[in-house]
Design a protein around this ligand. Structure first.
Ligand code: ZN
Length: 251
């Protein structure tokens, strides 16, 4: 979900930062040219990226390089056009409201607010939400988290069984920078927002994290195994890269 502007930076081989190369953080401003500055021990170059979650452009400041303020300002100036384009194309933040159209696990629903008490539920093409209007966004979110857990837990169990593994503990969270993760203990976490993605993308993410129970890396063997657990790995990765930010607009 983090969009790297300067892909070429990735190709450079990582060097271990030595202590004497560390720059004092005090000299790094928090904001330059209206952009938030993020000091990074891992980065090799000045880099601009769009934080899809907060919808702001962030300047990564490499701690292992000697970077002057004027160099940073020049870098921003050189990329003004890109920054403007990103800001113009940002999807606007949205709040769940009556009438909002949602695609949940590939099916379209319209949110409907109903008076009185009752459980949140799908009814035909509607997502019915009871209770006070002010609680509606939270109730929709809670319902979608519950649905995400139900669907992705079932998928994770299915895929674990394909590999002859015991079922995983699955949790649903709302992380900023990843769609899922798998711990060394085999516990798996997913973003609830994946339920707003096409079902095959959700399936891919589950396959990805379950495959990490065998290979805790992104080696060729990992991707091969991942491909055995789901279809269209490449298409789903591309979908997330291109459309992932749309999943983050909901608050
Ligand atoms: Zn991974």
């Amino acid at each position: 979900m983090i969009l790297n502007l300067l892909q070429k930076n990735k190709k450079k081989k990582a060097k271990k930062p030595s202590a004497d190369k560390k720059r004092p953080r005090a000299t790094i401003p928090a904001v330059i040219g209206g952009l938030r500055v993020k000091p990074s021990a891992r980065a090799h170059y000045l880099n601009l990226r769009l934080d899809a979650r907060t919808s702001e452009i962030v300047l990564t400041w490499p701690l292992r390089r000697r970077v002057s303020l004027s160099k940073a300002e020049r870098f921003i100036a050189e990329n003004r056009e890109w920054i403007a384009r990103q800001q113009r194309d940002l999807p606007k933040a949205r709040v769940f409201a009556p009438g909002s159209k949602l695609r949940v696990a590939g099916r379209e629903y319209v949110i409907e607010h109903a008076p009185g008490r009752g459980i949140t539920r799908f009814e035909g093409g509607r997502l019915i939400v009871h209770g006070g209007r002010e609680h509606l966004p939270r109730r929709v979110r809670d319902f979608l988290k519950q649905e995400a857990l139900r669907i992705m837990k079932a998928l994770a169990d299915e895929k674990a069984e394909m590999l002859g593994l015991r079922s995983s503990e699955v949790r649903i969270l709302d992380p900023k920078t990843r769609w899922g993760s798998c711990g060394p203990d085999g516990k798996i976490m997913f973003s609830w927002r994946l339920i707003l993605a096409p079902p095959e993308v959700m399936d891919y993410l589950v396959a990805h994290e379950v495959a990490h129970r065998i290979h805790m890396n992104h080696s060729n063997r990992f991707w091969k195994l991942c491909g055995q657990l789901t279809e269209n790995v490449a298409d789903c990765r591309r979908w997330l890269h291109e459309n992932g930010k749309e999943l983050m607009v909901w608050n």
